[in-house]
Ligand binder design. Structure first.
Ligand code: UDP
Ligand code: MG
Length: 320
């Protein structure tokens, strides 16, 4: 760990022409201050990743690069979405910094806690999560849907940090390990906790977007949630298997009841065999689907080719 680390701030930008100038003004003021206090190295910088915007975002980034200090740019050839854009930025900076902080272009997350994140890094933490204290500025709907999302993720067994979005600090070695996850369906909030190392949280209040519009309408949020669950959990498949078992049990009950009714009271011909087949066959089909699903789940995990472990330190004797 370096005493005075080089900090890279990575900012994914999609159609952010309305906020970029102000964002850079605020971020460079912060960097000025941190460099002056000798918290971070003087070659620290901000990397703006243009995620295939069709507005003036890239020309503005080019302009910032030419005329302002600290600004760097990365232009993606097309729109690949927030998570991929952020990953592109983190992948690039991992070779050119000691620590990286990722933050949204609208600076809804309080940038003043970056200083605290850096302090935490110096205390020995490799990953520092920015966690929202409250969600007063979000609408009721956004707050409730977000909370339901965290609960659902937990139920499905995906480990995420509650109320943490993609505002976090990562050390160089954490970034290097993150780059070893080669999967395409990116859900960084679920991946970062898999890296390991010492982690901690810093807390802040989230403010409103001061200009421009949210790029996360309901449909994108839903897609994101489905991606998050299906990229990390095979529980839905297992649920199908158990549902099949429940159906078979009900089927056995229904069989007994149907046979009883059939022999005691006279029923319409064909009714008993029909009812029994519907329940039993339905149950067997569901259970079989669950079993096939388990195998597909295994293939899916293998195909992801995630790293099996991350070594923090080795203590080896050369002559051993
Ligand atoms: N973003 C991106 N690509 C996209 C959509 C969004 O890079 O396809 C960026 C956007 O520019 C912003 C961040 O992702 O920096 C978060 O978006 P936003 O602030 O609109 O989301 P919200 O805060 O409303 O959840
Ligand atoms: Mg935002």
């Amino acid at each position: 760990m370096k005493e005075i680390p080089c900090l890279a701030i990575v900012v994914p930008c999609y159609k952010e022409e309305a906020v970029l100038h102000e964002t850079h003004k605020r971020l460079s003021q912060l960097l000025d201050q941190l460099i002056e206090e000798k918290q971070i190295a003087s070659d620290s910088y901000v990397l703006y990743v243009n995620d295939g915007s069709t507005d003036q975002t890239w020309p503005i980034i080019q302009d910032l690069y030419q005329h302002e200090s600290y600004a760097c740019g990365l232009n993606l050839a097309g729109n690949v979405g927030h998570q991929n854009a952020l990953m592109a930025g983190l992948d690039l900076v991992k070779d050119y910094c000691d620590i990286a902080v990722s933050i949204d272009a609208d600076l809804q997350d309080d940038i003043l806690v970056i200083a605290e994140m850096v302090r935490r890094y110096k205390e020995g933490y490799d990953i520092v999560y920015g966690v929202r204290k409250e969600r007063k500025t979000d609408t009721w709907f956004k707050r409730e849907t977000a909370q339901a999302f965290y609960r659902l993720m937990n139920m499905m067994g995906v480990k995420t940090v509650y109320n943490h979005a993609d505002y976090r600090l990562m050390s160089k070695r954490a970034l290097q390990h993150l780059a070893r996850f080669r999967e395409r369906n990116l859900f960084l909030r679920g991946l970062v906790p898999l890296i390991g190392y010492q982690t901690t949280c810093v807390y802040y209040n989230r403010s409103k977007r001061w200009a421009g519009e949210s790029k996360y309408p309901l449909k994108k949020m839903l897609d994101f949630a489905i991606d998050g669950i299906t990229s990390f959990s095979v529980k839905p498949v297992r649920m199908i298997f158990w549902l099949g078992c429940v159906f078979i049990l009900i089927g056995i009950g229904v069989t007994i009841w149907t046979l009883y009714t059939h022999y005691i009271h006279d029923t319409v011909p064909g009714w008993a065999s029909l009812i029994i087949s519907i329940w039993l066959v339905g149950g067997f089909i569901l259970a079989a689907l669950g079993i096939v699903g388990e195998y597909i789940g295994k293939i899916y995990i293998e195909v992801k080719d995630r790293p099996r472990y991350n070594i923090e330190r080795t203590l080896m004797r050369k002559d051993a």
